[in-house]
Write a protein that binds this ligand. Sequence first.
Ligand SMILES: Nc1ncnc2c1ncn2[C@@H]1O[C@H](COP(=O)(O)OP(=O)(O)OP(=O)(O)O)[C@@H](O)[C@H]1O
Length: 714
Amino acid sequence: MALFHVARYPGPEAAAAAAAEETAAGDRARALLERLQSRARERQQREPAPSEADAPSEASGRRRRRPRRRRRGSPEAPRGKRRRADSEHADAGGPGRARAGRAPLPSAGAGGPTPRAGPCLRAGSGEAAPDGRPAEEVAEPAAPALVLGGFGRRKTSKVQPFLPAWLAEPSRVRKDITEGLVPIEDIPEVHPDLQKQLRAQGVSSYFPVQAAVIPALLESAAGGFLVGRGGYRPSDLCVSAPTGSGKTLAFVIPVVQALLRRVVCHIRALVVLPTKELAQQVSKVFNIYTDATPLRVALVIGQKTLAKEQESLVQKTADGYRCLADIMVATPGRLVDHIDQTPGFSLQQLRFLVVDEADRMIDSMHQSWLPRVVAAAFQSVGPREPCALLQRRQVQAETAASTCCPQMPLQKLLFSATLTQNPEKLQQLGLHQPRLFSTGVAHRGPDAADGDVGGKYAFPTGLTHHYVPCSLSAKPLLVLHLVLRMGFSRVLCFTNSRENSHRLFLLVQAFGGVNAAEFSSRYGPGQRRTILKQFEQGKIQLLISTDATARGIDVQGVELVVNYDAPQYLRTYVHRVGRTARAGNAGQAFTLLLKVQERRFLQMLTEGGVPALERHELPSELLQPLVPRYEEALSQLERTVKVRLCGSGGLVTRASGVCRGCCQDARREEVVRGGDRLILKLWGGGGGGGARGWRGEDAEPSVLPQEERKQKAA
Ligand SMILES: Nc1ncnc2c1ncn2[C@@H]1O[C@H](COP(=O)(O)OP(=O)(O)OP(=O)(O)O)[C@@H](O)[C@H]1O
């Protein structure tokens, strides 16, 4: 590129031609100037001379413009009239003109015209455009401008949420269990004794989630459990896989194997679960795989007294306390009780913290069990131990210096079929360089399977989803039809409250011909365990339950799940229907829907990624054969559950012989007939049982008319 421009002499002819051209251009400019001046003079003559008060100030260009704006209406006219005149003018002149009148605003603060204000000022000042047209004709519509200090409400562009890389790009796990089986021999890292135990339990292949998670966990503990691989702290793991896909074994096998070589007994693995039943189930699996090892498992769920549980956890010795458990399976409340009240109880050697049903456990974070566990795990009381490896300090920020001194890591493992992908919620868990294993289809990658439907959660492939639109009074008949006529031998029926469960149970019992039971917080832990056992053994055909059995409960051979009350949340639906079609088996789910619920429920399931939902209209002829017996059951129930007063005024049912009011559970019952349906009136107690779903839509009347109550009492 040339730095200097050298003007070359063009020669005598070219110079003469250039001079002539210059003269012609000068003439043209002069003529244009004269024309403009004469036009300005004409305009001045047409307009009245400004008054003394309105005389333009020489100093201020802004003040000079003001009277000209008034010229749109009469200067004497009142403000309202002037405004009308302005609007008329604007209407006549179109949008460009209308804006031109308001244009000086942007330049007011700046003290001079902004680039955008240029044409507007020209229009108002009466100056002509360079091409000779009057300014009014060349005024352009005002372009949007940034007004400094404009604090009016303005539509802001939506911030697009984005996920951190570990959530957006998870390690994919196959959803279809039957297609993704991995033979046990293909993962040789698993200890031969554990392989033997797996075979003894009838496990010949790993399910996809197990084949992905077990090697990853074993690798993080490859150098022993005392120190992470290469001295680094291992990544925390999050696992999201459908219900019944074998997530329990995915953490049981690697945890047991990592602890196999421990010498001193300390609590090294802690599994936290939301319910007692789930904790019992998981501890049972741990017991199976630790049976032939020195490892000991403690179940801490409040089933026994605190003192009894303390005895199973620590033992007092001459020089302090001795720990009696390597693996502890607990519910959060009882866990915190032991942290607070059990002398000698220590989590300082904790290596694995497993949070099963993690999304539910995050919801219960208000109990602040996690900060208590972390504080107990990093607690450093007393003098520094000589072996730094066994001491643990919580570093605020990871630095080169902090990684220099290796210490026993605490690895968090999260499992759920409906693991939240909300980074804010997951942040509460304080995860360290987390890694996600997911069958989820919310963020479809190129390797997503063809059958996958975009949605929030993945469902077992063997599960078929159905729904039946019906009226409230037809619901009990539909359940009876599904159990008796369609020949399902093990049916799990969910209601939204324990009251609803109890009502339905009484009715089915009165109907007869079905071996039914009820499962809710109405029963104690011992009774609940017996009921579940009988259901598993096939002694109970229909189990009517609240959401107490919706999560995690693994009962073999459940063929049908009935949502007697439609679940309010998608997560509830996922877990309820997940009690069937487990471990690659087939299963059916029926939801009974009232008309008012249909649209919202279907929308919820579509967004949730339910693959295909079959609609069934049950014609009344199908239910007709059941109606006479059903009517009889209602009458019989009315006779059986008559009420009488107990000593303290509570109502006693003849069926139970005890007062359900003051004597049993602060609840009184009365049975009345209402049309063709049974209304079991409950009063005296709260809602109980988490009756949050669809209240007001399918909930039965909570207060009987006084007249009716008097009649019944009589
Ligand atoms: N590799 C396997 N081979 C055969 N059966 C298995 C295997 N792994 C697990 N199972 C069985 O599959 C069933 C479901 O397993 P599990 O309870 O671990 O599922 P889950 O993913 O935790 O389900 P949920 O999300 O409902 O809690 C159990 O009965 C278990 O014994």
